[in-house]
Design a protein around this ligand. Structure first.
Ligand SMILES: *Cc1c(COP(=O)(O)O)cnc(C)c1O
Length: 228
């Protein structure tokens, strides 16, 4: 059985290879290690192997880990799960990034609840790029207004977009969806100063996502093993 360090190295190797295949500069795609449900000892192992960006889905679990690992001060903690408004305060008080903003109420609350003692919260808007009823995320139609609102909030820095494309698309569907996402991202990337992050791509669609401009891929199972 491979160690976390070995699996991390393999994941990084895949990213480097896909980045080169897409003719993009080395290190233009970051790896977010998704550690949801995994113990802090696993995170520590990944940290010791050089990993610094970690993603958590569940608010209380994530906050518990952040507190337990606060000695590892250069970890960047990303909230990537659905966020309810009664949980925003504890998120604003602990996380570095929130990738799952999907409506103005959540953005406003995170802004108001971000402590002055902390740097501004870095945020992504989760875009429901397939426009599926079942999935969370702002629809492409809602995006412009949400961007304008967040740009006016002093305690949030709007860094870009996150998307979770449909799991088993046809090759054509996947190309179309990722192409549309890239186009929307590039439009705002050229317009807005800090809009530099496109969080898309997981184990199953790493190559196509990187070919379509992803700057951050999110990988859990391939690093930490299957979840219970
Ligand atoms: C769980 C999760 C991942 C990682 O999924 P794996 O299949 O474990 O690699 C990535 N992104 C989001 C939003 C997730 O919830």
């Amino acid at each position: 059985m491979q160690s976390i360090a070995e699996r991390l190295k393999a994941a990084q190797g895949r990213i480097n290879q896909e980045t080169a295949l897409a003719h993009r500069p080395p290190n233009s795609v970051q790896l977010l290690a998704v550690s949801k449900t995994k113990p802090v000892s696993d995170i520590t192992q990944a940290y010791e192997a050089g990993q610094r960006l970690f993603g958590e889905n569940y608010v209380q679990e994530g906050v518990d880990k952040i507190i337990q690992l606060q000695a590892l001060a250069d970890i960047e903690w990303h909230m990537i799960g659905p966020l309810q408004s009664n949980k925003t305060k504890v998120v604003a008080e602990h996380f570095d990034w929130v990738q799952s903003i999907d409506r103005s109420k959540i953005a406003q609350r995170l802004n108001d609840q971000r402590p002055d003692s902390m740097p501004p919260l870095q945020v992504l808007i989760q875009l429901n790029i397939d426009d599926e009823d079942s999935k969370s995320g702002a629809t492409p139609k809602q995006l412009e207004a949400l961007i304008e609102q967040i740009e006016a909030l002093p305690r949030l820095v709007l860094r870009g977009l996150m998307a979770i494309p449909k799991a088993s698309p046809t090759v054509e569907e996947q190309q179309r969806t990722l192409g549309r996402l890239q186009q929307i991202f590039e439009h705002y990337h050229t317009k807005l100063a800090n809009f530099d992050t496109l969080s898309v791509g997981m184990s199953g669609d790493l190559g196509p996502a990187i070919a379509h401009g992803s700057t951050m891929v999110r990988i859990g199972t391939a690093i930490f093993g299957a979840r219970q």
